[in-house]
Design a protein around this ligand. Structure first.
Ligand SMILES: NC(=O)c1ccc[n+]([C@@H]2O[C@H](COP(=O)([O-])OP(=O)(O)OC[C@H]3O[C@@H](n4cnc5c(N)ncnc54)[C@H](OP(=O)(O)O)[C@@H]3O)[C@@H](O)[C@H]2O)c1
Length: 283
């Protein structure tokens, strides 16, 4: 299948650009400088030029706190970007797979969120991502929306930040009352291939299995990396940020491809990235 990837220099975009050809697909990987999804004309020209059978939208403005301050930009990229793609995909008869987030939920629930649970975002990032999902669902007939959570790969992420901070401080305070399913971008890319090859349109939740608090995640990172640092659990209220985060950010993978456990994926990531040149510590 000929597949156009937007945001190809992001964590997920990079993995898709490698995984899709490995799985026998032709990938056209376009970075932000090659295709700005917020530019409707540019989207039209790119799809006309490449004639993909499917577009994967891995482009997003993912700085959750930045989205609070720059809500216009967040809306342009996270909502109007998928709107532009949806309109053009529909016109050119190609499928659209849009990537979204657990931050469309408010996190008040006490069990993992099912795909059909009502969304109620509590941040500008979550609101703009939900608006993007809605545009995709309403403007295209052949769509997939894949929500994920706590993604890390080759880029700016929690794992790299923790490892960097551990070189600067002896004690780290990490939130223990927010829960996620950390997800390796490489595994997410493989889950996405599973979704698009099955060709059943609709809404999916794709994360590594299991869940943990950010504190537990940090402890596992340091344990696996052999880093000695004290990790103190704190409530989120002790570390206020511009954007609110859902306390329960765990997604149920009901009806979606199942990925391996997050601990196994993290170990693989740390090993693989070290082999690839020690970039994990490079944040
Ligand atoms: N990261 C997470 O924890 C997480 C969790 C749940 C869901 N997701 C979703 O997963 C998807 C991929 O996330 P990720 O972690 O790979 O994010 P990422 O590493 O921040 O990558 C996003 C990419 O999109 C690009 N981009 C930004 N604005 C653009 C525009 N107007 N046009 C085209 N490209 C643009 C960025 O380019 P620049 O770097 O040049 O800005 C970046 O390369 C997103 O839909 C995100 O919402 C992420």
């Amino acid at each position: 299948m000929k597949i156009l990837i937007t945001g190809s220099k992001g964590q997920l975009g990079r993995e898709l650009a490698e995984t899709l050809p490995e799985q026998g697909h032709e990938a056209v990987a376009l970075s932000r400088s090659e295709l700005d999804v917020a530019d409707a004309g540019a989207v039209e020209r790119a799809i006309e030029a490449h004639s993909p059978e499917l577009v994967i939208n891995a482009a997003a403005y993912t700085d959750v706190d930045g989205c609070e301050k720059e809500s216009d930009l967040a809306y342009s990229v996270n909502a109007l970007g998928p709107r532009n793609l949806a309109q053009v995909c529909e016109r050119w008869g190609c499928e659209l797979l849009h990537v979204s987030t657990n931050y469309v939920f408010d996190g008040e629930g006490t069990r993992p969120y099912e795909p059909f649970d009502p969304a109620n975002p509590i941040s500008a990032y979550g609101r703009t991502k939900l608006a993007g999902e809605e545009y995709v669902k309403h403007l295209t007939s052949r769509w997939y929306v894949v929500r994920s959570a706590g993604v890390y790969g080759r880029g700016h992420n929690f794992v790299r930040t923790m490892l960097r901070l551990s070189r600067e401080r002896d004690v780290l305070k990490v939130k223990a009352d927010e829960f996620i399913s950390p997800t390796y971008a490489r595994d997410l890319a493989e889950g996405i291939v599973g979704v698009l090859e099955a060709r059943r349109y609709g809404l999916y939740h794709v994360t590594n299995a299991g869940s943990c608090s950010w504190h537990e995640f940090a402890r596992e990172i340091f344990g696996l990396a052999g880093v000695e640092v004290e990790v103190v659990p704190i409530p989120g209220s002790e570390y206020p940020l511009p954007a609110a985060r859902p306390a329960n950010g765990v997604l149920s993978s009901l009806g979606s491809p199942r990925l391996r456990h997050w601990r196994e994926a993290l170990a693989d990531y740390l090993e693989r990235e070290a082999v690839l040149g020690g970039r994990v510590g490079g944040d």
